[in-house]
Write a protein that binds this ligand. Structure first.
Ligand code: IDP
Ligand code: MG
Length: 146
């Protein structure tokens, strides 16, 4: 499609999403929106990796709680590709605080609070590139056309 803005974004299915088995529901929403899965792995996020990934909040009082939550169990990490996928996934998630997220959004339907909020998604195209490089080697992403 001429002029279509194809992008990639980085998704983390957070420990609450894994424990409560909402992964399938969340992937279904991404697939229904037309996004393609171009990479996937499962990993236990280390304190060092979390401090890097969450550097923008690492000096906030809640950071130790966030690090403990995100490192509590192995999680699925996924790369998605699609038109305007960065902002459109953020729209599907809703705001950071699940309690303020509208019903029909992923956080509004499955989230608990401001920390325990189901899914991480990159917030800009620049950060998506940085985050994808943090979690995937180039050969681990498959830029399928569909
Ligand atoms: P985002 O995930 O909606 O992009 P960020 O501001 O990037 O939100 O914060 C990263 C993560 O840190 C959030 O998803 C949430 O888990 C946690 N977090 C953000 N703000 C707070 C807070 O005020 N209290 C507790 N945890 C927070
Ligand atoms: Mg963020």
């Amino acid at each position: 499609m001429v002029g279509a803005l194809m992008q990639r974004t980085l998704i983390i299915f957070k420990p609450d999403c894994m424990d409560q088995r909402h992964v399938g529901n969340v992937i279904d929403r991404f697939e229904q929106a037309g996004f393609a899965i171009i990479g996937c792995k499962m990993t236990l996020l280390t304190p060092a990796l979390l401090r890097e990934h969450y550097a923008h909040v690492a000096d906030r009082p809640f950071y130790p709680h966030l690090e403990a939550f995100m490192g509590a169990r192995p999680v699925l990490i996924m790369a998605l590709r699609g038109e305007q996928v960065v902002q459109r996934v953020r729209d599907l998630l809703g705001p950071t605080d699940s309690r303020k997220a509208a019903k029909g959004t992923i956080r509004g339907d499955f989230g608990t609070d401001v920390t325990v909020n189901v899914v991480h998604a990159s917030d800009s195209e620049v950060n998506a590139a940085i985050e994808l490089a943090r979690f995937f080697r180039p050969g681990e992403l498959y830029d399928v056309k569909s």
